[in-house]
Design a protein around this ligand. Structure first.
Ligand code: HEM
Length: 100
């Protein structure tokens, strides 16, 4: 893999992490609010009635899971890359003459 492709891949991953973080935050807040509203705890019952809260809460499971994966997987990939693990692996595969 060329250096440009490696860097471009990283930039796309970072954009993905940053863009997905905000809808994920909204979904997590919605999940918590609707979760507590089903039992009327912490005053959340005043915001939304229990039946609607339960219906919305159930609907939020899939977006939560998808967004969490879209956010966390590239974040973890970038962390592993920052630790230099891929660089070490690519040093083995790359042309040794081009390495300093
Ligand atoms: C439901 C839980 C989570 C929520 C609501 C959340 C939300 C966010 C938000 C709002 C940002 C800021 C995005 C920006 O700078 O524009 C962010 C950044 C970040 N998140 Fe999460 N996140 C969650 C879970 C995770 C997990 C599980 C990981 C790692 C496995 C993770 C890794 C990161 C990283 C590394 C950044 C910084 C990206 C950067 O700017 O360099 N997050 N997150």
């Amino acid at each position: 893999m060329s250096v440009q492709m490696f860097q471009r891949g990283g930039a796309i991953m970072l954009k993905t992490v940053r863009w997905s973080g905000w809808p994920l935050l909204a979904v997590v807040i919605g999940f918590i609010v609707t979760g507590y509203a089903t039992s009327g705890r912490y005053g959340m019952g005043k915001l939304i009635d229990a039946r609607t809260a339960m219906a919305v809460h159930k609907l939020l499971h899939l977006p939560l899971l998808v967004l969490l994966l879209v956010h966390a997987l590239p974040a973890m990939y970038l962390a592993v890359r920052r630790w230099g693990l891929f660089a070490k692996a690519s040093r083995i595969k790359c042309n040794p003459e081009s390495q300093t």
